[in-house]
Design a protein around this ligand. Structure first.
Ligand code: NAP
Length: 352
């Protein structure tokens, strides 16, 4: 597992200061920080809950990182609810639900498919209530549901932007409002947010509505982190860069509803922008970037002792600079909280 996890630094709980850890120059001259096996060994010596089975719900688990993370977490011995919008049993995730069952049987894993559409508070409430009633407990929420879009920003209707925002931001809020009362009651828990390097790294064109939604989600995650710390709830934000294989990120990406405007961009001075963007991005990112590494990082974060988890974990196959920019932003946050006398909320309180 030598260097799968990359983080931009860590928050020194004692001083409430952001401290960059050893800077390691990775392939392509990318400045990142390596969090290696020794670090995890050290954490496990100090910690209490490593290896403990947790009750976990993962949103958007029919595909991509959510699906890979659910399987990996279940194989690591956790009880995992791979949640997805079933869209009735005949819907497009019916076969995925059957796969979950087969995977659980094959690996003797405690993995369950559960209906959860982040666009519906009713669906979210029902799923979370069911998980809690079955286990009398919920320890970890992984926010991975998402909807992407590709095209010139002007050609998307306001309703399309609102829909992207609804899935990526309001959806997480629906899940939090359903799950957090239980986590706060327990006095210990973890939120894992799957963000995107596009919110802070290099920003290619034609991903504006998606990046805007992810930036909002990331900002929400950062604020939540501080507000939940004294309730004993920890936060880790996973920041993937672009993975061209192994997810439906590109295949399921929405297109602008206003075809006339989109055509104007395709015929005007911007005619070559899309082709250059896609070609350039494909050339930048290594084709073998394995999304399983992101899923494995989620497992490692969850298995890290409470209170020692990294605030952010970066995976940027194409080195778009998000680790550096997030490092500065997270340091500014830590310094502000320290200045106003709230440095304790940089780390979750250990209750009880
Ligand atoms: N792949 C990348 O290169 C990349 C890069 C940076 C960040 N990310 C982030 O990684 C996370 C996972 O993305 P991914 O690449 O794994 O995408 P993906 O393969 O498209 O998976 C997205 C998942 O979200 C689900 N979803 C969509 N609408 C939903 C709803 N209303 N309720 C519940 N689930 C819903 C999808 O279910 P259906 O298929 O049934 O719609 C699917 O399971 C996202 O937060 C994304 O922003 C991905």
């Amino acid at each position: 597992m030598a260097s799968r996890i990359f983080r931009a630094g860590f928050l020194d709980g004692r001083r409430g200061r952001y401290r960059p850890t050893d800077l390691v120059r990775q392939r392509r001259g990318h400045l990142s920080v390596r969090c290696d096996e020794a670090w995890f060994r050290e954490q496990s010596k100090n910690g209490s809950d490593i290896g403990m089975r947790k009750i976990i719900v993962v949103t958007g688990a029919s595909n991509g990182f959510g699906r890979l993370a659910s399987n990996a977490l279940a194989r690591a011995g956790h009880t995992v609810y791979a949640s997805m919008p079933m869209r009735e049993t005949t819907g497009r995730n019916a076969s995925r639900a059957a796969e979950v069952k087969a995977f659980a049987r094959q690996h003797s894993a405690d993995l369950h498919a559960i209906e959860l559409d982040v666009a519906s508070q009713e669906s979210v409430n029902a799923a979370i209530a069911e998980i809690i009633s079955r286990n009398n407990q919920l320890d970890v929420v992984v926010h991975s549901a998402n909807h992407t879009a590709y095209g010139p920003a002007e050609a998307f209707t306001p309703e399309q932007l609102a829909q992207l925002y609804d899935t990526n931001v309001v959806g997480a809020q629906r899940v939090n409002r359903a799950a957090l009362p239980q986590l706060r009651k327990q006095g210990q828990g973890l939120l894992v947010w799957v963000s995107s390097s596009g919110t802070r790294g290099g920003t290619p064109p034609y991903l504006g509505p998606y990046f805007a939604a992810k930036a909002a989600m990331d900002a929400l995650a950062v604020s939540y982190a501080g507000e939940l710390a004294r309730w004993g709830i920890e936060t880790t934000i996973i920041v993937p860069g672009s993975f061209t294989k192994g997810t439906n990120y590109y295949a399921h990406s929405g297109r602008p509803a206003d075809a006339v405007r989109a055509e104007e961009y395709a015929d005007g001075p911007t005619a070559d922008i899309s082709e250059i963007t896609l070609r350039g991005l494909a050339a930048l990112g290594p084709m073998d970037a394995d999304p399983q590494a992101v899923a494995d990082a989620i497992v490692e974060v969850i298995d890290t002792p409470f209170g020692s988890r990294p605030f952010r974990v970066h995976f940027e196959p194409s080195d778009d600079g998000a680790a550096i920019v997030n490092g500065v932003a997270d340091r500014a946050r830590a310094e502000l909280l320290q200045l106003i006398g709230l440095e304790d909320i940089l780390k979750p309180t250990i209750i009880g």
